[in-house]
Design a binder for this molecule. Structure first.
Ligand code: G3H
Ligand code: 13P
Ligand code: ZN
Length: 330
């Protein structure tokens, strides 16, 4: 057992409090490898933003849990070396069992998500409470979820949304003791967030998705005022990356995300954590495809992973400064 406090992470409690008061959101970026981690830290140090480093169970399988933990620990040292000791949360993304959450708490995570959103309500409550009871003994913060997001992740996939029912949130928060709540208001996971028939088209023929359900968010805020809200599935699927990928041999059709103005608006509310993974995947893939197409003789991985990392850093800086509003809040 190792406490996150020895590893110099922080839990999310204070960060969320300040984010709600200051009307911004903390970026929660997923990482699976060194280049993603470097880009996240470089971007957040340069913009002086607090950050949540997210590890999914898929990431744990891909990169090995021990390596990821030491990388995150290294990230804190790296940030200091770059000149700014930004607050860093090490968070389990979409924990699907008590055992997984416990293992992360025991392994030095400062925050865990227990995602019982696909379970019947009472089972979701029971599971979340069990995780909270364990995690709080070690001052680890817990995120729960109500409402199901559509989309595909490694471990879970749902075809349709079921929006959060505002009438459940107060009871859920009270019974479980969670520190933050992920809600479903129309975001979804992955690069294909909406089917073309759900969208309209703008003047350039681009797909425009249906707006987020700010009415549900408002209703939730009314019932649990000042309580930290989390938005998953918040990639915007930048069309310039989709175009580059398609230009250089990729095949992404009808990829569409959440418009950044809507996320900016959400960040000004009680939404204080915004999860972004797919946009990073697109940025890296676009940069790598471009190098492969333009420099076919190149075979040194640093020559394509380096540009991918640079593009990722640019993307993260943009999110922090222009979308989440967390720059200079470290
Ligand atoms: O919400 C899911 C995250 O994007 C993680 O995805 O399960 O493929 O690692 P993953
Ligand atoms: P995106 O797929 O929209 O990046 O969402 C990521 C996420 O919610 C991670 O938990
Ligand atoms: Zn998610």
């Amino acid at each position: 057992m190792v406490s996150y406090k020895e590893l110099v992470f922080v839990n999310s409690r204070e960060l969320f409090k300040k984010a709600i008061e200051g009307k911004y959101a903390i970026p929660a970026f997923n990482f699976n490898n060194m280049e993603q981690m470097q880009a996240i830290i470089q971007a957040c140090v340069e913009t002086r933003s607090p950050v949540i480093l997210q590890v999914s169970s898929g990431a744990r399988k891909y990169a090995n849990q021990t390596l990821l933990r030491y990388m995150a620990q290294g990230a804190c040292e790296y940030a200091k070396e770059l000149g700014c000791n930004i607050p860093i949360v090490l968070h389990l993304d979409h924990g699907n069992s008590f055992e997984l959450c416990k293992s992360c708490v025991d392994y030095g995570f400062s925050s865990v998500m227990i995602d019982g959103s696909a379970l019947p309500y009472e089972e979701n409550v029971e599971l979340a409470k069990k995780v909270v009871d364990y995690a709080h003994q070690y001052d680890v913060t817990v995120e729960g979820e109500l409402g199901v997001l559509a989309g595909i992740e490694d471990e879970v996939s749902h075809e349709t949304h079921s929006y959060t029912r505002p009438e459940e949130v107060e009871d859920f928060v009270k019974k479980t003791g969670v520190d933050s709540l992920a809600i479903s208001i129309g975001t979804s996971h992955g690069a294909y967030k909406f089917r073309p028939e759900q969208c309209t088209r703008n003047a350039e023929g681009r797909l425009v998705p249906p707006p987020l359900r700010f009415d549900i968010l408002k209703e939730v805020e009314k019932r649990i005022p000042g309580f930290p809200i989390v938005l998953h599935g918040s990639s915007s699927v930048p069309q310039q990356y989709v175009d580059i990928i398609n230009k250089f041999g990729g095949k992404l059709e009808a990829a569409v995300g959440i418009p950044e103005e809507q996320l900016r608006k959400a960040a000004e509310s009680a939404v204080c954590k915004i999860n972004i993974d797919s946009d990073g995947r697109l940025a890296m893939t676009a940069a790598i495809r471009e190098v492969f197409a333009e420099k076919p003789a190149e075979f040194d991985p640093r020559k394509y992973l380096g540009p991918a990392r640079d593009e990722l850093k640019k993307l993260y800086m943009h999110k922090v400064v222009n979308v989440l509003g967390s720059a200079n809040k470290a």
